[in-house]
Write a protein that binds this ligand. Structure first.
Ligand code: GLP
Length: 254
């Protein structure tokens, strides 16, 4: 596991953007698993700036989102499909046909989940998964206790997750109770996993994920078994690590 601790959230996100840009330069049609949420916004903004400046050309990249909320049509601004239009497709000029999300309006979500797995396989699998981490340790929407051998599936959102989502929906009863998420097996099948976490609110869970016992109670701890995982933190998110030095650290963690 390569652990990088950057002095700021901006520097951490730029490091993640650089990894994606370098992959796109080597293999322009690479297949990515992409997250939504707050953390990756600065990654996408940085890539968009580099695209506008002609530093990179990311338009051939193909992506599969880690998850989508059940019952939200793609034109709902709260959907992750709409998030990707705003923060990935339009700023980067990536064709809509290159951006894939689970079908969450289907009557048979189990079949939709299996179809998503098939589309990932037909694309040649995942070259790189950019991952965030929830404060309860979830990766995508694999909530604590989710078996690590699952593929894409329908999941129930934890109460704490729904509370975090509530501001976007106005009231808790309007927050979806389910999502379709890549499973940990899907995520761990990526040839390279990049875990990005910033901010003090993630410090405790990052320490549990990286230094506690690998356990399904902390889904992100599964990443430690991956043959090629890069963890990028800012100092705040690294502040509860036992092994962290005061200075920005780069290199392999113990
Ligand atoms: C969300 C998403 C995850 C994301 C995590 C952290 O629920 N399902 O993919 O990584 O929670 O989000 P944020 O970066 O906003 O803290």
């Amino acid at each position: 596991m390569d652990l990088t601790i950057e002095p700021s959230a901006a520097a951490a996100c730029e490091k993640a953007a650089r990894i994606i840009a370098d992959l796109a330069a080597r293999a322009p049609a690479s297949v990515l698993a992409l997250p939504t949420g707050r953390t990756p916004l600065a990654v996408y903004d940085t890539l968009a700036r580099w695209q506008r400046d002609g530093v990179v050309d990311l338009r051939r990249l193909r992506s599969f989102n880690l998850d989508e909320l059940v019952g939200l049509p793609p034109d709902d601004p709260r959907s992750y499909a709409a998030y990707m239009v705003r923060h990935w497709q339009e700023p980067l000029g990536v064709p809509a046909a290159h951006v894939h999300l689970p079908q969450v309006m289907a009557s048979d979500l189990g079949a939709a989940s299996a179809a998503y797995e098939d589309r990932i396989a037909m694309a040649g699998g995942l070259d790189l998964a950019l991952l965030g981490i929830g404060e309860n340790g979830h990766v995508a929407f694999n909530e604590p206790g989710t078996p690590w051998n699952m593929g894409t599936h329908v999941c129930n959102l934890a109460d704490s997750t729904r509370q975090i989502l509530r501001p976007a929906f106005g009231s808790l009863d309007l927050v979806p109770r389910q999502a379709v998420t890549m499973g940990m097996r899907t995520i761990l099948s990526a040839r390279h996993c990049v875990l990005l976490a910033t901010g003090a609110a993630k410090a405790a869970i990052v320490a549990r994920a990286l230094e506690g016992p690998p356990t399904e109670a902390v889904p992100a701890s599964a990443l430690r078994s991956h043959p090629r995982v890069t963890v990028i933190l800012d100092r705040a998110a690294a502040s509860a690590l036992e092994t962290v030095a005061d200075e920005p650290r780069r290199g392999s963690a113990p």
